[in-house]
Design a protein around this ligand. Structure first.
Ligand SMILES: [Zn+2]
Length: 360
């Protein structure tokens, strides 16, 4: 039961292999097999050995990678799940701090938590595994299809907007008609996570732009056009933005880019940092920057991971967008790989928004 094929790395050194593993002692009342697993920058960072905070589970000298997953229930002794149900396993598992104990390990206050496929817990890129029902979120709307695999990246977006709501409620943030129409949001980056951020910013009512330092492929431009989002190639438009920004969400982790847009924030502006890049060049924050932040009530907030509530809301948004923009939305998955293929971990396919492994 415990022997199966898996994508395996050694954390934090890196590498990637598809091979048999024998994982013993894992408990759970639901047996799962993967349907789709997504690959993101974190997976590629671990494989490259560029994520020093990742580590193997205790008693193992390897780590099964993978945290973005949609699975099918094979067997269940839980009354909540039946064979054939589609579920999303939750990535972060609580430690013992108060936030972990109230079900918000995303806000862990001492770092004593684990993340499947990243920190000290085997991930989901394997032929089969067991989970407890309390670590699973059921997909109610099966018409969502393959887009269910985006629940994990989308839940981060939902949580970051929870942070936005908390911060923006300190002042009158909306306009004269109590909406966000005319308020500007910039999402830095053009990967899958950036697109999901821009879709939700648009959904909130922001005049939304997505940016990168290079052009993007036709499929990405079509995505922008369908959702009513602008794209700016900042290598061709260095003076962007012409107007102050009300909300900036960064998925790049690049300090230089972040500082550039921090300086463009409006009164009561909010900068949410999501991307990480420990290897990016340093930049200098000046006295004028501090004046700008203080005098304009600017908030800079980091946002990592999310809790069960955000997975559920993420599925609602994906379901809604699938119904409104299904023909375009499905193109967010740009390539499918077979189990055993490893190239996707070391090279990004051209035009990638989201690459996935299709297990069945
Ligand atoms: Zn904790």
């Amino acid at each position: 039961m415990s022997e199966c094929k898996a994508y395996v790395t050694k954390a934090p050194e890196g590498g990637i292999e598809y091979r048999s593993v024998n994982i013993t002692g894992e408990e759970g009342n639901v047996s799962l097999k993967p349907v789709l697993t997504g690959i993101c920058g974190t997976d590629r960072g671990i494989v490259r050995g560029a994520l020093p905070f990742s580590y193997d589970p205790s008693n193992y000298d390897y780590l099964v990678i993978g945290h973005e997953s949609m699975c099918e229930v094979v067997e269940s002794s839980s009354s909540e799940f039946s064979p054939g149900d589609l579920v999303i396993p939750i990535v972060r598992r609580p430690g013992h701090c108060p936030n972990c104990l109230i079900g918000r390990p995303d806000n862990c206050s001492d770092g004593d938590k684990h993340e499947a496929g990243i920190t000290g817990l085997h991930g989901f890129m394997r032929e089969q595994f067991q989970e407890f029902d309390f670590n699973l979120v059921k997909i109610q709307d099966k018409s969502i299809g393959d887009l269910g695999v985006l629940t994990e990246p989308m839940k981060n977006v939902v949580k970051a907007f929870e942070v936005f709501e908390r911060v923006s409620s300190r002042s009158i943030f909306g306009n004269g008609i109590s909406t966000l129409e005319g308020k500007t949001a910039l999402v830095v980056g053009t990967g899958c996570e950036a697109f999901l951020y821009s879709f939700l910013a648009k959904d909130y009512g922001f005049d939304t732009t997505i940016s990168n330092r290079h052009p993007i492929e036709k499929n990405s431009l079509e995505m922008c056009s369908e959702f009513g989002i602008k794209f700016v190639d900042t290598s061709k438009d260095p003076d962007f933005p012409a107007k102050p920004l009300d909300l900036v969400i960064d998925t790049s982790g690049d300090p230089g880019t972040i500082l550039k847009y921090l300086r463009k924030l409006n009164y009561n502006g909010i900068l949410i940092l999501f991307g990480t890049n420990g290897r990016a060049p340093d930049v200098e924050l000046t006295g004028n920057d501090i004046d700008h932040i203080v005098e304009k009530n600017i908030t800079i907030a980091g946002s990592v991971d999310a809790a069960r509530i955000h997975y559920i809301k993420a599925l609602d948004y994906l379901s809604k967008w699938n119904r409104m923009h299904g023909d375009t939305m499905k193109n967010i998955i740009t390539s499918y790989f077979k189990p055993g293929e490893t190239s996707v971990f070391t090279q990004k396919p051209a035009g990638e928004i989201k690459s996935v492994i299709k297990w069945q």
